[in-house]
Design a protein around this ligand. Structure first.
Ligand SMILES: [Zn+2]
Length: 474
């Protein structure tokens, strides 16, 4: 009897090492970087739960979408020289770009209102020479070593400017994301994009309902449907604005009205601006919860350098998901609260590196969360500005943290399980995910690399720069 017990306990204790799928361990040990990337590109994935639509456009996509707007009466101009038309560079904390900044893009209705001197600083996009075009493309991505957080938070959106206020352009950025994610075998996108202040060609604004109708129409187009990617939106407030509480009230009303497409509310904006601290919103959210049932909250928290209790405070706000959670690692009590809990952390590895919240991937707390039972999923945040994709996030995770097959599958599953999509849709996506992953693994086990011979992975400059893995962009 004792022998049997001993044998049983040996079997039980030896389970964890047996749990790692040997074929995947072999793959990791033997695959070249290109092969590993090919495998991860083809791997069935779940969703992207942390994605800012206007940060998710590759530079070339913005360019194409901008030029395609001629037919709707939009002409875009961008600043290519500084003629000192204004004595001092004027800048305002919220909304007005600094004068001393190239490649700020305007639409014709705003260009027409400029003084002649300033008009001379701008050129139509289609008139840029090759060097200017390259400068424009590079001006909205973090492509230089010295570019980091300030360039991203303070320049990129200020440059895109009126381009991201054209709902047709944004709808096109949405479509290009669906198309690219579909090729990477994602099936769900929950993107942050709320209407507000979209511009018609004459400079007047669209109503929220008009903007929603434009998105709905684009999603209904056959080419969008053919991507196989289900889309839902979150609306978001810029948390440090003086008007943030009022904006939050308006967003709840909007989200409640468009529940089929808008499934949650988020709070964005750099967290090191203390004006947007989490508990500021507790009274407003309590007021709103008296009126609105079941509005999901995913909120950025812990995307800062210093230790603080932002993640804990954000859970108190009612958040079901935490965006980033980088500094959760400094708050042991909240970590304990989240172990095996219902709250998921949306992990953005590449974003955190490029915006310098970690100096290198070994500093990232992701493996600690993953392997202590805090629910996590990988997401892309502002992939357009990182010039990256979801496969890159998986590649980084496997390369840097030696993920097992089980962990990979868990990450993909979590990215659907913790989504805010309507329950019947979620169940269907999960069921499909399980069978697609099983089929994919089975085919690879049977046929090896032959099963992936037709896969043509696309990658951008991130993996090329960081891993010397340079693949075609299209
Ligand atoms: Zn974000």
């Amino acid at each position: 009897m004792r022998k049997i017990l001993l044998l049983l306990s040996l079997i039980v204790y030896s389970l964890p090492s047996q749990a790692a799928e040997p074929w995947f361990e072999k793959l990791k040990a033997e695959a070249s970087p290109e092969q590993l990337y090919r495998f991860l590109y083809a791997l069935p994935k779940g969703g992207d739960l942390h994605n800012h639509l206007t940060g998710a456009g590759l530079s070339e996509w913005w360019w194409d979408a901008a030029l395609a707007q001629q037919g709707r009466g939009y002409t875009y101009y961008t600043k290519v020289r500084i003629s000192n038309c204004i004595a001092y560079g004027s800048s305002n904390e919220y909304g007005f770009a600094p004068y001393l900044m190239l490649f700020r893009t305007l639409q014709g209705s705003s260009y027409d209102k400029l003084e002649p001197c300033q008009k001379g600083e701008y050129k139509r996009l289609q008139d840029l020479n090759a060097a200017e075009k390259q400068g424009w493309l590079d001006s909205i991505r973090l492509n230089e070593q010295y570019e980091g957080r300030n360039e991203f938070f303070g320049r990129h959106w200020e440059r895109l400017n009126e381009l991201w206020r054209n709902p047709y352009v944004v709808a096109e950025i949405l479509f290009r994301n669906m198309q690219a994610f579909g090729k990477e075998n994602l099936v769900y996108l929950e993107t942050q994009e709320g209407p507000g202040g979209e511009l018609k060609a004459d400079g007047s604004t669209y109503t929220a309902d008009e903007t929603v109708a434009i998105y709905r129409q684009r999603l209904a187009d056959p080419d969008a449907k053919a991507t196989g990617v289900t889309v839902r939106f979150q609306s978001s407030i810029l948390r440090f604005l003086p008007s943030a509480e009022q904006n939050l009230r308006e967003l709840y009303e909007f989200t409640d009205k468009h529940r089929d497409l808008w499934v949650g509310v988020n709070m964005v904006g750099r967290e090191d601006d203390d004006k947007g601290y989490p508990l500021r919103f507790l009274p407003t959210l309590r007021e709103l919860r008296k009126k609105y049932p079941d509005i999901h909250l995913s909120i950025h928290a812990g995307e800062v350098d210093e230790p603080n209790h932002h993640v804990r405070d954000t859970l108190l706000l009612g958040a079901e998901r935490i965006g980033h959670g980088v500094n959760l690692i400094t708050d042991p009590e909240t970590m304990l609260l989240m172990r095996n809990g219902p709250y998921m952390v949306e992990i953005n590895l590449i974003s955190n590196l490029l915006l310098e919240y970690v100096q290198n991937f070994q500093q990232h707390p992701f493996p600690e969360y993953l392997r202590t039972g805090i629910p996590v999923a990988l997401s892309t945040d502002d992939r357009g500005m990182w010039d990256s994709n979801m496969s890159d996030e998986y590649f980084v995770a496997v390369r840097e943290f030696n993920l097992s097959w089980e962990e990979l599958v868990q990450l993909g599953r979590n990215s659907l399980k913790y989504s805010f999509v309507q329950e019947p849709v979620k169940q269907k996506l999960l069921k499909d995910y399980d069978s697609r992953v099983e089929r994919f693994a089975e085919q690879f086990r049977k046929q090896g690399w032959d099963s992936l011979k037709d896969v043509k992975p696309v990658s951008y400059s991130f993996t090329c720069k960081h891993y010397q893995l340079c693949l075609p962009r299209e």
